[in-house]
Structures are given as structure tokens and as C-alpha cells.
Design a protein around this ligand. Structure first.
Ligand SMILES: [Fe+2]
Ligand SMILES: [Fe+2]
Length: 246
């Protein structure tokens, strides 16, 4: 079979599989597009089954997925994360900061944008040193506030994206005040310093560059990430199977 024939055959298989399944969208997929107060009508199943696991349209994760499997199948190409982690490495920061840079925006890549620092921190909390998840949580607030002592300025990109008048909500100001007084302030601050706001689409960084850092600092559960019983396992499962009916 030629490559084209292979692609066509795969597409045919996929449409056959999709034909047998009903896929219902969670509210989060339709937010802003429909009134959440109106009850959702279940489409007629016509003898089909509702999807309860792997979505045939998505890359399938291995049976015991690792952090890198999530990077490959859900967060890829992850250029922003990889380039930020490499910058932290080049700047000679500690492994905790390199890991925090590698993970800081995984919520955006795989899940949700709003409050992404808090979501990502919770996702990784059971598997990393508390200082790493703390830094990820507080980068959410710190990136809005300059710190001259380390040359961190308010990102120009934010002025462009949100307008010059944008000011964060009081809870973000409060989180910034709290972080300033904390013993791990500099860890979170160095994350924001190495968080690349203008990353280069042409620079390719391989995930494997961080095999050792991740191996030493991320407790990979033996059952597979999301299939363990940690307090955030369900979040990883949702990223693995985002469209299951229940
Ligand atoms: Fe971020
Ligand atoms: Fe970032």
C-alpha cells in the first residue's frame, strides 16, 4: 500500500468506528456557545453506544502512560514548555526550576486555559517536590508583576493581548503579596523569568533532553499516570479520555 492508500484506509476505519459511537460534548466544550441553563438534549442513539473510553480521533495513550506519553500524545508539540525548560537549564537554575518550567503550562496544552497555573499545580502535586508545584501555582500571579531585582518586566505580549488597561483580579494581587513573603518566592519568580513569552517557532527542543531531570524529580506511578489513586489521577484520566460519556 502506498502512503496515500494507507492514510485513506486509516480514515475509512476511523469513520466506521465513529459511526458506531455517540460522542456527547461536556459543558466546557460548549461554554459561551449555548445557554448552560437549558437542559442538554441527548441525541438519539439509533442503536449506537455512547463513548466510554478512547476517542478514536485522538492519539491513544499506552496502557500505563508516563508523563512523556502525555507530552507526546496530548501536549505536543509543547515548544513553549520545552524552550522554557531549556532556557532555565542554560541559565544554570536548579532541577526544580527546570522541571517547573517544563510543566508550568501543561494545563493550557492539555486541558484548560483559565487559572491554568492552579490547575497544573494540582495535576502534578502528588508527583513532584512541593516547591515545584508551589512555583507552578504562583507563576499564575507573579507573571503579572515586575521584579526589577531579577530583571523581570511585565510582558509586552500581555499589553498586546489584554490591552494597556487590564488589571488582574484582587485574588491575583493577594496571591502575589502572599508569594512575595514566602520562602519559595524565588523559585516561582525564576519560573517566570524563564517563561518565554516570545518563543521561536523554528527552535526544536527534544523531550529526551529532560529524561534525567524528569527521572530524578517526577514520581511516575507504576500503574500509569491517571490510573493510580493519587488525588489528581482523575485530571490525567480526563486528559486521556476527554470525551467519554461519564
Ligand atoms: Fe503560564
Ligand atoms: Fe508559559
Amino acid at each position: 500500500m502506498t502512503t496515500l492508500e494507507q492514510a485513506e484506509a486509516a480514515e475509512h476505519e476511523l469513520s466506521k468506528e465513529l459511526d458506531r459511537l455517540v460522542i456527547m460534548k461536556s459543558v466546557i466544550y460548549t461554554s459561551g456557545e449555548r445557554d448552560p441553563r437549558v437542559p442538554i438534549q441527548r441525541p438519539p442513539d439509533q442503536g449506537k453506544r455512547y463513548l466510554m473510553r478512547d476517542d478514536p480521533r485522538l492519539p491513544r495513550l499506552p496502557d500505563k502512560p508516563t508523563l512523556f506519553d502525555f507530552f507526546r500524545c496530548r501536549f505536543a508539540p509543547a515548544n513553549h514548555l520545552l524552550q522554557s525548560a531549556r532556557l532555565a537549564q542554560k541559565n544554570g537554575t536548579s532541577e526544580k526550576i527546570i522541571l517547573a518550567c517544563l510543566l508550568h503550562d501543561i494545563a493550557i496544552s492539555g486541558f484548560i486555559r483559565g487559572d491554568h497555573g492552579y490547575w497544573a499545580a494540582q495535576m502534578v502535586e502528588p508527583y513532584v517536590d512541593p516547591e515545584v508545584s508551589w512555583a507552578i501555582r504562583y507563576h499564575q500571579a507573579l507573571r503579572f508583576f515586575p521584579d526589577e531585582s531579577v530583571g523581570y518586566r511585565y510582558p509586552e505580549m500581555y499589553t498586546k493581548l489584554f490591552g494597556p488597561d487590564y488589571t488582574p483580579e484582587p485574588y491575583i494581587h493577594e496571591a502575589h503579596r502572599h508569594a512575595r513573603e514566602h520562602k519559595w518566592y524565588m523559585t516561582a519568580r525564576l519560573l517566570t523569568v524563564n517563561d518565554l513569552y516570545a518563543f521561536d517557532p523554528n527552535v526544536q527542543v527534544q523531550l529526551e533532553e529532560f529524561t534525567d531531570v524528569v527521572g530524578r524529580n517526577f514520581k511516575q506511578p507504576k500503574e500509569g499516570l491517571g490510573l493510580d489513586a493519587s488525588p489528581s489521577a482523575h485530571m490525567w484520566r480526563t486528559i486521556m479520555w476527554p470525551t467519554r460519556y461519564l
